[in-house]
Write a protein that binds this ligand. Structure first.
Ligand SMILES: *Cc1c(COP(=O)(O)O)cnc(C)c1O
Length: 355
């Protein structure tokens, strides 16, 4: 049976990206060696990093003066690297979910933290609006897509102070005006590559402004200077990212990805809103195009396990909601086909008929 991978992360990748990475793991660049056993300083690996950086800049239209880094440690390490490198006295955080809360918590060890707004009062079902950004803060940190709660900030907000964004789960799903950000980062395992890689886009001139000592590995300048080769980078994940960057370019770039994301989300949200059994958890104007969260209406709550079993029997994978929200979550990253979303909708309709 065909499986449809709705996992939140690590998550679906285009089949050809997986096949090309697997092939390179057996024989990299006709060298007779595996990608797993070559040096990151091998002559034929540097072009992989160079092309990945170039495609990153091309696809996201990154202006001059920004560096693209490939690091380890996950988005979670960035939660502390961001204040290490940018927080001198005070930082502002927008709290829109578990990941945003974790980022904010790390910053508190480095200075004063102002929470400009929070949607914790309604279990993060919406994106706060009309909050005040302190003009004297070193930066504002936002999480553009809240993977767990299914809410998303899908435009590049105007911010009077340096803006730093965790885009782990919506990078490459839309065009981004990178010039509005001082830094963008994320774990690659949602919409870019296999697990094990962190991407960072950082404005060079914003670095080196804090007075504290920064450990070498945690100082972005180290990685800018060494082109992500200060120490051994995650070689295989970088290769898988390159394959996906090539794939996205060949398939129309981020404009095409955004169109597909909208199409998928329109289909699934329309069914959630129509179907008598289900209700969406995020407020409509805050809905994510990437992670679509829904639950059974109160009067049908006891059917939760039945629907999961039913959906699983039809080939749906990973639609169980996060424990903080319950119900269901269909993660619809770039590689999810319209057909996959239609298959899930068919499941929901068939299940509705049974009840
Ligand atoms: C998954 C996720 C993270 C955590 O990423 P790791 O790479 O596992 O540290 C952080 N932020 C967001 C928005 C995420 O979706």
């Amino acid at each position: 049976m065909k499986k449809y991978n709705f996992n939140a992360g690590p998550s679906i990748l285009p089949r050809e990206v997986i096949e090309q990475t697997a092939a390179a793991c057996l024989d990299f660049d006709n060298s007779g060696l595996s990608l797993m056993e070559i040096s990151h300083r091998a002559k034929n690996f540097q072009p992989v990093v160079d092309e990945a950086v170039a495609l990153f800049k091309e696809l996201l239209n990154i202006p001059e003066g920004y560096s693209v880094l490939f690091l380890g440690g996950g988005a979670s390490l960035e939660f502390c690297m961001v204040p290490y490198n940018f927080l001198e006295k005070k930082a502002a955080y927008l709290n829109t979910g578990v990941w945003a809360t974790k980022a904010e918590k790390e910053a508190k060890a480095f200075g004063e933290v102002v929470e400009v707004a929070s949607s914790a009062d309604k279990n993060f079902t919406y994106i706060p609006k009309n909050y005040e950004i302190p003009a004297d803060a070193d930066y504002l940190h936002i999480t553009t897509n809240n993977t767990i709660y299914g809410t998303e900030i899908r435009e590049d907000i105007d911010c009077p102070i340096p803006l730093i964004a965790d885009m782990s789960s919506d990078i490459f799903s839309r065009p981004v005006d990178v010039s509005k950000y001082t830094m963008i980062y994320g774990g690659a395992q949602k919409n870019l590559a296999m697990a094990g890689l962190t991407f960072v886009i950082v404005k060079d001139e914003a670095l080196g402004k804090v007075t504290r000592h920064i450990p070498t590995m945690l100082d972005y300048r180290t990685h800018v200077k060494k082109g992500s080769m200060f120490n051994t980078p995650p070689v295989v994940p970088i290769y898988s990212a390159l394959m996906n960057l090539r794939y996205m370019k060949a398939h129309g770039g981020v404009e095409a990805m955004a169109k597909l994301a909208q199409e998928r989300a329109d289909i699934l949200y329309a069914e959630i809103d129509r179907n008598k059994l289900f209700v969406g958890t995020a407020e409509k104007d805050s809905r994510s195009l990437m992670n679509i969260t829904f639950v059974l209406k109160d009067e049908y709550k006891e059917l939760e396990k039945d629907f999961l079993d039913f959906a699983t029997s039809k080939g749906m994978v990973g639609v169980k909601g996060h424990r903080d929200v319950g119900g269901f979550r269909a993660s619809c990253y770039n590689a999810m086909s319209i057909e996959g979303v239609q298959a899930l909708v068919a499941c929901m309709q068939e299940f509705e008929k049974m009840h």
